[in-house]
Design a protein. Structure first.
Length: 396
């Protein structure tokens, strides 16, 4: 065994971010992931800039370790081909609007009858049922509706979206985690099952204490900017170099070390700052002290002095700095892939490290329909002539 999901076959019917990233996680783990795309246009993300060699970097970032087959879903024979492939699959991923697969005759009831061992992982904006199930849902909508956006930004300013589509990625991880759980359950029962994960559910799961605080204590959390709501000092400060650093020293031991490091050990004995709660009550006062100390020193000095004291502190990095980060380079988190049309493409590496069955990037993101013939040959044992006829009839 060379990879944790060696021998597992996945049909990936997804597009945009959450679904494709879920499929990519399974592909990184060694599964044979077949990306099933609409004939002619493919996954919508193929058309999003920026482009390199005619290929979308956006799309390539989500679809490595997959093969691509195209189907004309308006053709009954294409739907028949999909059902034949379902018989051979272990997992099917889809993130259409709820009901779309049922309209194609490929809902859970139909597919589980074809293959009782199938695991069908469904990712959507709001879930497969409920009053909002048919609403279109994207990452930003989930950020807004979950309350996360309302908690993000300055107290006296508008709410902000996060700088990336993190709800999509979180939903992808929930989907992949649930899929792995269902695979293990199948070892015990020999039956597959349907998995239902949504953007809104995933977003709400990140609220930590916001829901219990509101329901149990009648208090509503509000925006705090970059200031941590549970401890202090924990905020962003500007250095004398014009950079920003994030300092996290909210616990009593950390604050004591910080006070020593900046040459003001008496602060940790001051009744205004001696406990976590006291510092929270006097956050502006202690931050004012730190703004003065940090603002009078160059960034390198701030990081060296505070870092030597063992207090977490980091420069707010630009993307230019991230791509040169030696720690990320050491752990192969930024790698270069050879793509058949785009050439050499730098991208994020494999995140998870397994000691006995390491994950790897075996394939670059496929071009549209690149593997149609070989997949039909491998999965369904179709002849060359049968494949040619399907192409001639625009089924594939």
């Amino acid at each position: 065994m060379t990879s944790p999901l060696q021998g597992i076959k996945v049909l990936d019917l997804t597009r945009f971010i959450a679904g494709p990233h879920c499929g990519m996680i399974l592909g990184d783990m060694g599964a044979d992931v077949v990306k099933v795309e609409k004939k002619g246009s493919g996954d919508d993300s193929r058309h999003f800039p920026p482009f390199q060699g005619g290929e979308s970097l956006y799309g390539m970032a989500l679809n490595r370790n997959k093969r691509s087959i195209t189907l004309n879903f308006r053709e009954a024979r294409a739907q028949d081909l999909l059902r034949l492939m379902v018989k051979e699959a272990d997992i099917l991923l889809e993130n259409f609007r709820p009901g779309t697969m049922e309209q194609m005759g490929c809902g859970w009831k139909e597919l589980s009858a074809i293959n009782p061992r199938l695991i069908m992982t469904r990712l959507s904006g709001f879930g497969q049922d409920g009053p909002y199930a048919q609403r279109p849902g994207f990452d930003g909508i989930a950020q807004a509706m979950s309350g996360l956006m309302g908690l993000t930004g300055a107290p006296d300013g508008p709410p902000y979206l996060a700088g990336t589509f993190y709800i999509d990625y979180m939903t992808a991880m929930y989907g992949a985690t649930a899929t792995l759980g269902a695979l293990n359950a199948r070892h015990l029962t020999d039956r597959g099952q349907m998995i239902d994960v949504s953007l809104l559910d995933s977003a709400v799961s990140l609220l930590t204490t916001a829901i219990p605080t509101r329901i149990n204590k009648g208090e509503t959390l509000t925006r705090t900017g970059n200031r941590d709501r549970y401890s202090s000092p924990a905020n962003v400060f500007e250095t004398g170099s014009g950079d920003f650093v994030l300092l996290l020293s909210g616990t009593n031991p950390l604050f004591g070390r910080l006070a020593e490091a900046i040459g003001q050990p008496e602060l940790s004995a001051d009744s205004c700052f001696s406990t976590v709660d006291a510092r929270l009550q006097n956050a502006e006062a202690i931050e004012q002290v730190l703004r003065g100390w940090i603002g009078a020193r160059e960034t390198d000095v701030v990081l060296e002095v505070i870092g030597r004291a063992g207090v977490p502190c980091a420069k707010v990095a630009t993307i230019d700095e991230v791509v040169e980060n030696p720690q990320l380079r050491h752990r192969d988190q930024i790698v270069e892939i050879d793509h058949p049309t785009a050439g050499k493409v730098s991208t994020a590496g494999v995140t998870m490290k397994l000691s006995d069955t390491p994950l790897s990037i075996r394939r670059p993101s496929p071009t549209l329909g690149q593997h149609t013939s070989e997949i039909l040959l491998e999965w369904l044992a179709l002849t060359d002539r049968q494949i040619e006829e399907l192409m001639e009839d625009a089924v594939i």
